[in-house]
Design a protein around this ligand. Sequence first.
Ligand SMILES: NC(=O)C1=CN([C@@H]2O[C@H](COP(=O)(O)OP(=O)(O)OC[C@H]3O[C@@H](n4cnc5c(N)ncnc54)[C@H](OP(=O)(O)O)[C@@H]3O)[C@@H](O)[C@H]2O)C=CC1
Ligand SMILES: O=C(CO)COP(=O)(O)O
Length: 333
Amino acid sequence: MKLKVGLLGAGSWGTTVACLTAKNCDTTIWARDINTVKEINQNNTNEKYLPNAILHKGLKASHSIKDTVKNADVIVMGIPSQSFRKVLEEAKPHIRPWVPIISLAKGLEISTKMRMSEIVEEVMPGHPAGVLTGPNLAKEIHFGKAAAAVIAMADKSIAKKLQTVFNSGLFRVYTNSDIIGCELGGALKNIMAIASGMSDGANAGENTRSALITRGLSELTRLGTAMGGKQRTFAGLAGMGDLIVTCSSTKSRNHHVGFELGRGKKLDQIINEMNEVAEGVKTAKVVMELAKDYNVDMPISNEVYKVLYEDNTVFEAFRGLLTHEVGSEKEPG
Ligand SMILES: NC(=O)C1=CN([C@@H]2O[C@H](COP(=O)(O)OP(=O)(O)OC[C@H]3O[C@@H](n4cnc5c(N)ncnc54)[C@H](OP(=O)(O)O)[C@@H]3O)[C@@H](O)[C@H]2O)C=CC1
Ligand SMILES: O=C(CO)COP(=O)(O)O
């Protein structure tokens, strides 16, 4: 018997992952927008989020959270971080006991500074929590480009079982038991992608981008390990892998935000012109607080924060970084 997947959120990544799981499992995707539900069921498309894509024919869409989750063996949360808790709370009364809940989100909740698996543990105690993460641009994966990802869960045997839900020929899913590192890698790299986009938008050059990626990795590893993540995780798909793709691709929404800032546009205008989430914009706020809480130096994130929220220019951000003391490569800074 095929496992049943209930996936909440029909944005670009939620829809892409639903098409992947539909290859292996009976999959129902929930969208709050009834037109998206009708479009998926009638045309096998989701033009708003995946233009020109034909979705898996077996994928069913529903406008009812209850119907989506009530028989599911696995719940997948394709909801952005700031709405994750609200949607999970709505689904909670209908989810069967002990069903694993896997997050696709790459961000931290602003009001609590929590990771998504921590929210799952708080809202749904007893349910195994996990994250699917890695260098996974939805618009490439949907169109059949090969990619690798990580499913991270504390319980290795459940992770192994769920590997088979997401894994397919061109989408290779590895397991990892370091859920803290995997979630933080995904959330923190978005801020570095904004920095890299700013650098590209301002035409700073490829050496600059490379320096930002490398020092960015060092910076996110510092905070990530201070918070309990494992150093090796940050050198893997969930860390370096995701950092490289998001910092170098014009398909990344976080890179796009940075790029437009680098060209002199204002943040409000950039966000208003987008119809997709760029998690790094909000995560930057949380990360500044975490850097203080854990007493970790985060010069790149700090400069990104000042451009996003203190009206600093991209030029001032570069000057800030260039005047930051240069120490040993192993030391902060
Ligand atoms: N896109 C990508 O390449 C990847 C994205 N991710 C992560 O996956 C998560 C989801 O991203 P993605 O699918 O790309 O986001 P999108 O911006 O493409 O879509 C967001 C989806 O969430 C829904 N949504 C937003 N707020 C709410 C709410 N309050 N209640 C119900 N539904 C809501 C939207 O519904 P509506 O249309 O009605 O607004 C939409 O379906 C993010 O954390 C992102 O960082 C991870 C890997 C790759
Ligand atoms: O996480 C992603 C790729 O792994 C997607 O990045 P963006 O949210 O910046 O598009």
